[in-house]
Design a protein around this ligand. Structure first.
Ligand code: ADP
Ligand code: MG
Length: 554
């Protein structure tokens, strides 16, 4: 007889579990959404594999999620007849932190105090491990489709788990059963009313049907039909339905900041239901810069790896369902399909034009989106040549004139001073510091607006030779300032056209002393109160960009 093996959780999992159990987070209902979403994922994976190998479904083709409660025993079971997990998959999936977003989440949360930590749990799904918010013990029975082995995983969530072989008569024909032994203060999760309410609230739009078995031996009763929300017409969908769907597809618990639901007809037929999150997902600044839009073909989930949006829109969450792609195409081939290329283009246009519309019609709502994702969208300014104009139109800035709000380039250009021919900016990594830079003095004195650029990405697009409506972007820490033609606000303070003899003498003396260390010393209009400032050469990188390049070792 094979015996049970016991293994420690990966250190990060132990930390996550500890934090979850001891957190003051009160909305524990979310554990059910996480488990249902895993069960649905497992069903969708099998549905996909069965396209090429229909025999995998055997005599049980209807993929379902079954929730069974046993109020007397105080247990709750979430079962699916999906793909199941092998021995190694169980250990990998339920013993480590696999997804990158969760890791970044962990990094944030470890430093957070109890209350902030709780808020973070409330905003972002934490996956399978959230079961330990309500269960003192969790048992997972799983059998990978087509396998003659079944396994029992179990844990009390306190540092270790065990995995043991299970005889096939104790196991389902395929799929996974997650059984929770509910804590004393969580016994209500075995009650029908509670379960019905939560499933309706949270998981009503999961694209796999859900049934409930109220008591052992009773018949299963449908809770949700598994119809895909995106196939309904907009007028039949309430705002709350969209929010629920967003939450289950994005694994975020906030409200979407924008909902984009559209149907493309004509040469290519597809439906998109895409959300802009209300809060910044944790993986947005991950190095892989991966998008998370799910691709479906005729309501069958195919992959979330199809990169349906450009990288600079990777914060968007949702689905695209194509009616034209062949169902039996492999994931690898789909990547290079010209049809997918056309869909990508169409979906990208929809998302951008919706952002443009929002920017025009609801500045406040768009301001929030820009606050969260502007630094990502700006990557498009040097990556997506075709849409540069559109993206420049979307871009919003903090400027010396913006106050608490945001300024567009249209606003900026509309407020140009007499004889002003450039869009001036100052870049740095600390917004507060650049706003008080002495370089700004001469610009302030002339009422010239300057963009305050504090995102690392700003150095890249500004050095890519862009202009807006014929006005080049010009760093105020670089080259001559050319402010002489623009009058001072206080006309009486106008400096002489020629630097005085004393100034000329000082400049000469400084050149003498500094010698090779510098390229030049100039009298400048750019200062009013400060005596001197450092300026980069006219051509080549500006000072902030030079610093970034040096830091990255280039
Ligand atoms: P995520 O769903 O984001 O990957 P989770 O913590 O919810 O993260 O789940 C971790 C992994 O465990 C899943 O990716 C999946 O591989 C596996 N898993 C969890 N539940 C099931 C299930 N019911 N059937 C098959 N695999 C599952
Ligand atoms: Mg999950």
């Amino acid at each position: 007889i094979e015996t049970s093996e016991s293994r420690p959780f990966e250190a990060d999992v132990s930390r996550l579990l500890h934090m979850m159990v001891h957190s003051v987070y009160s909305d524990r209902d979310v554990f059910l959404r996480e488990l249902i979403s895993n069960a649905a994922d497992a069903c969708e994976k099998l549905r996909y594999e069965a396209i090429a190998a229909p025999e995998l479904l055997g005599g049980d083709p209807r993929l379902t999620i079954t929730i069974s409660a046993d109020p007397e025993a105080g247990t709750l079971t979430i079962a699916d007849n999906g793909i199941g997990m092998s021995h190694d998959e169980l250990i990998e999936a339920l013993g480590t932190i696999a997804r990158s977003g969760t890791r970044s989440f962990m990094d944030r949360i470890v430093g957070a105090e109890g209350k902030e930590g709780a808020q973070l749990i409330g905003q972002f799904g934490v996956g399978f491990y959230s079961a330990f918010m309500v269960a003192s013990n969790v048992e997972v029975i799983s059998r990978r489709v087509g396998s003659a082995e079944a396994w029992l995983w179990s844990s009390d969530g306190k540092g270790a788990f065990s995995v043991a072989p299970l005889s096939l008569d104790e196991a389902p024909a395929r799929g996974t059963r997650v059984m929770l032994h509910l804590m004393d203060d969580a016994k209500s999760y075995a009650e029908r009313w509670t379960l019905e309410r939560i499933v309706k609230e949270q998981s009503g739009h999961v694209p796999v049907p859900i049934t409930l078995v109220e008591k052992p031996g009773e018949e299963a009763k449908p809770l949700s039909d598994g119809a895909a929300l995106w196939t309904k017409s907009k007028s039949d969908i309430a705002a709350q339905d969209y929010t629920d769907f967003y939450r289950s597809v994005a694994g975020q618990y906030d409200e979407p900041a924008a909902t984009i639901h559209f149907r493309a007809e004509g040469r290519h037929e597809y439906t998109g239901l895409i959300f802009v999150p209300g809060a910044r997902p944790f993986d947005v600044f991950d190095a892989d810069r991966k998008g998370r839009i799910k691709l479906y073909v005729k309501r069958v989930f195919i992959t979330d790896d199809a990169e349906l949006l450009p990288r600079y829109l990777r914060f968007a969450r949702g689905i695209v369902d194509s009616a034209d792609l062949p169902l039996n195409v492999s994931r690898e081939m789909i990547q290079d399909s010209p049809l997918l290329g056309a869909i990508r283009k169409g979906v990208t246009s929809r998302v951008i034009s919706e952002l443009v519309r929002l920017a025009e019609q609801d500045a406040e709502a768009f301001g929030k989106i820009w606050e969260n994702f502007g630094a990502v969208i700006k990557e498009g300014l040097y990556e997506d040549f075709e849409r540069r104009e559109q993206l420049l139109g979307l871009a919003r800035f903090k400027t010396t004139a913006s106050g608490e709000g945001w300024r567009s380039l249209k606003d900026y250009v509309g407020a140009l001073k007499e004889n002003q021919t450039a869009i001036y900016y100052i870049a740095g990594d600390d917004a507060a510091r650049i706003a008080t830079s002495p370089h700004l003095e001469g610009f302030r004195a002339r009422g010239i607006e300057v963009l305050l650029l504090a995102d690392p990405v700003d150095s890249f697009w500004t050095s890519s030779g862009l202009d807006y409506e014929g006005k080049p972007f010009k760093s105020i820490t670089q080259g001559a300032a050319d402010l002489g033609l623009i009058p001072l606000l206080d006309a009486g303070a106008q400096p002489p056209a020629e630097a005085s003899v004393e100034v000329q003498a000082l400049v000469a003396a400084m050149k003498d002393v500094l010698g090779e260390e510098i390229a030049d010393v100039r009298a400048s209009d750019r200062l009013t109160d400060s005596a001197v400032c450092l300026v980069a050469a006219e051509s080549g990188p500006d000072r902030q960009f030079a610093r970034l390049l040096a830091a990255s070792g280039r």
